[in-house]
Design a protein around this ligand. Sequence first.
Ligand code: ATP
Length: 231
Amino acid sequence: MIQMFHVYKAYPGDPPVLSDINLHVQKGEFVFLTGPSGAGKTTLMKLIFCGEKATKGQILVGGRNIARIRESAIPYLRRNIGVVFQDFKLLPHRTVEDNVAFALDVLGVPRAVARERVQRMLKLVGLQHKASSMPLKLSGGEQQRVVIARALVNDPTILLADEPTGNLDPALTLEIMDLLMDVNARGTTVMVATHDHSLITRYQKRTLRLENGFIVSDEDGVKAARRMAAG
Ligand SMILES: Nc1ncnc2c1ncn2[C@@H]1O[C@H](COP(=O)(O)OP(=O)(O)OP(=O)(O)O)[C@@H](O)[C@H]1O
């Protein structure tokens, strides 16, 4: 589903923030991406949805080589990728329903079809009763569930989530993580960047660790959880 071959990324004028990244994520996998602040986690995920362009190397997403993708083809790639990033905030003056429907409006999906899909997504995240609410009237966990519903409304094959539980208390963190596990169980490939070692210990999923732009370990869930538990 996602393959990287000898990928490098340098922002203009700086040394590489990602170096010789080789990675293969299978369809339907759940992968944690961890590592210290500044290690390159966000950058790696941005490469997957063409939010940034690799400086060198090949990236295949769903079999398609995105290193050479035309600018005009990027929106088509993004239809298959749901994104939960801090940069993509909810629109504060639109209802929950409108926020989730926004991506479908942009694609010109007929209103009745869009309405049905939005309802299905809000039900999936347990917020159908909040459809008419304004985002700022919701709790942090509810807002994050709206963001996830919005990311999933196109039925993407891949979901990328950058610190999706970053600002949440422990109970809401588990609520959001359980939701992401559900999404993965329904067949979506999920990648989650996190600093939170307790999540890796608890959920026991494949874990990639980045340090200074290099993948320094790639472990299955059991091994990764043992390493984290050992500190
Ligand atoms: N748009 C940009 N222009 C220049 N440098 C950038 C840009 N975005 C990120 N960087 C730099 O790239 C490095 C990796 O950043 P990135 O955000 O990918 O790391 P991260 O592992 O996600 O960090 P955090 O856990 O703090 O979010 C950092 O040194 C950062 O300053």
